[in-house]
Design a binder for this molecule. Structure first.
Ligand code: ZN
Length: 257
């Protein structure tokens, strides 16, 4: 196939954008060269659909990943609680205590970098009857990772959780809620068949928690945090305030169904 100069330039631009996202050396190449140079030509080209259809030829059987923002309204008023970015030896036990006091269970989406350091906290979460899902290796935006690399990270994280709890996670939540088709593909490769986002959040203040309460609906999925720099006393206070409020309105609070 013949490549016109215009198309070729478009190819270089497409590549440089991706290189910029990845923080690779492509930025230096582009800014130093400005226009087409021999250096540009040696870089392996990837089609613009690369992030859309990883390895399409290898799919020969039904393949799907479910994405959930809000569950189908359960017959009794139910709010699903989720906590991201743990486990943390500081915050997770405090959250567990809050959940226990409110007769609530939750789903925790954990990061491998903290699972490795705090397997005892992972076990504590599991033993208290909560669900554990995968949030990734560290908190990198998954859409910037190579699909095969991401599949490896998700698989490693999943197995680390399985080794500690004896239960294999089937759900994952990508950091920042950012995902694209290759992220979904990687999740599937790693044995995760559901991506869980959220419909409500506690946020870091009672005002935000009040907004979640004002718009509460059965099947709602509430996002909160129990680790990294994402949680603080204000968020813990917001959660501690919101749960009894939900209970007073007739909601039970549970992990994902
Ligand atoms: Zn997160």
């Amino acid at each position: 196939m013949e490549i016109t100069p215009e198309a070729n330039e478009g190819r270089r631009r497409g590549l440089s954008r991706r290189a910029a996202i990845l923080g690779g050396t492509g930025i230096a190449v582009v800014s130093a060269a400005g226009t087409a140079t021999a250096t540009d030509e040696v870089v392996t080209y990837r089609s613009p659909t690369y992030r859309v259809s990883p390895m399409p030829d290898t799919v020969t059987a039904p393949m799907s990943v479910r994405i959930t923002w809000h569950t189908e309204a359960p017959p009794t008023l139910t709010a699903h609680l989720t906590f991201d970015d743990g486990p943390s030896p500081v915050w997770t036990p405090r959250i567990l205590d809050t959940l226990h006091r409110n007769d609530a269970t939750a789903t925790f989406f954990m990061l491998h970098e903290f699972i490795k350091g705090h397997p005892d906290v992972v076990r504590q979460v599991h033993d208290a009857g909560h669900e554990i899902g995968v949030h990734g290796g560290d908190h990198t935006d998954m859409t910037t990772l190579e699909p095969a690399q991401l599949a490896g990270i998700l698989s490693t994280t999943r197995h680390a959780i399985t080794e500690i709890t004896g239960v294999s996670p089937t759900r994952m939540r990508p950091p920042y809620g950012r995902l694209d088709a290759p992220v979904l593909w990687a999740a599937h490769q790693a044995g995760l068949d559901e991506v869980v986002l959220w419909s409500h959040r506690t946020g870091g203040s009672r005002q935000e928690a009040q907004a979640a309460l004002d718009h509460a609906s059965s099947g709602m999925i509430i996002l909160s945090h129990d680790g990294r720099s994402s949680v603080n006393d204000a968020e813990l206070d917001a959660i501690g305030w919101l749960l009894p409020q939900l209970r007073a309105r007739g909601f039970s609070m549970t992990r994902l169904p």
